[in-house]
Design a protein around this ligand. Structure first.
Ligand SMILES: C[S@@+](CC[C@H](N)C(=O)[O-])C[C@H]1O[C@@H](n2cnc3c(N)ncnc32)[C@H](O)[C@@H]1O
Length: 182
């Protein structure tokens, strides 16, 4: 397992359940780079992938993981209604980063996390993510953590970026993961 490629909130989720399976969901999956990394890291991760637009790079990347993944093409907040409360061991939000959507995602998915589980997301420094996240957990009097990390572009994303912009896997990006313990 290459820990370098994993986001910190997922490493914490794995540490939290060292021997047990993880029922996870990624909200906003795009081409599946993060999903592939998570699935490779743990054989007993069962991952739901929610995206308003499921594209062929994701479908292709998931072929080898079809037995433990479910793809849902739907608006995030609508997809949340498909699951009972207190269901997930790991929830990762990385969809629309504008304020109303982040707020809507937090409200829709927070009840779906098991008590004590890792509830997390990406891009704390993008758009209005920070404002929405801080407000939501301040109201709940819950502590939120964040850390900035550098990632190489994912293996699915790299050739697509290379073709479109000529940058490919030379593009290293700073991104901030946030997480809290429900
Ligand atoms: C930043 S990308 C996700 C990247 C992915 N998590 C990764 O790290 O590899 C955001 C994705 O969220 C999806 N998205 C945007 N708004 C959404 C919504 N309201 N509901 C579901 N998916 C949405 C977009 O289609 C896009 O694929």
């Amino acid at each position: 397992m290459n820990i370098d490629e994993l986001r910190i909130s997922y490493i914490l989720a794995m540490l939290h359940r060292p021997n047990d399976s993880i029922i996870g969901v990624e909200i906003g999956t795009a081409w599946g780079d993060n999903a592939v990394r998570m699935l490779r890291a743990r054989d007993n991760l069962h991952l739901t992938l929610v995206d308003i637009n499921i594209q062929s790079p994701l479908k292709n990347a998931m072929i080898e993981f079809n037995h433990r993944t479910k793809q849902i093409q739907m608006q995030s907040a609508e997809a949340a209604k498909l699951f009972p409360d207190n269901h997930f061991d790991y929830i990762y939000i990385d969809a629309d980063h504008t304020y109303p959507y982040v707020k809507g995602d937090l409200e829709a998915w927070y009840p779906k996390a098991k008590p004590g589980s890792i509830f997390a997301g990406h891009d704390l420094d993008d758009g209005d993510v920070k404002k929405a996240v801080y407000e939501f957990f301040k109201e709940k009097d819950k502590r939120v953590y964040g850390i900035e990390t550098i990632w190489p572009t994912g293996e699915i994303e790299a050739p697509i970026l290379q073709k479109r912009f000529g940058i490919g896997n030379t593009a290293f990006i700073y991104k901030t993961d946030w997480w809290m313990i429900k």
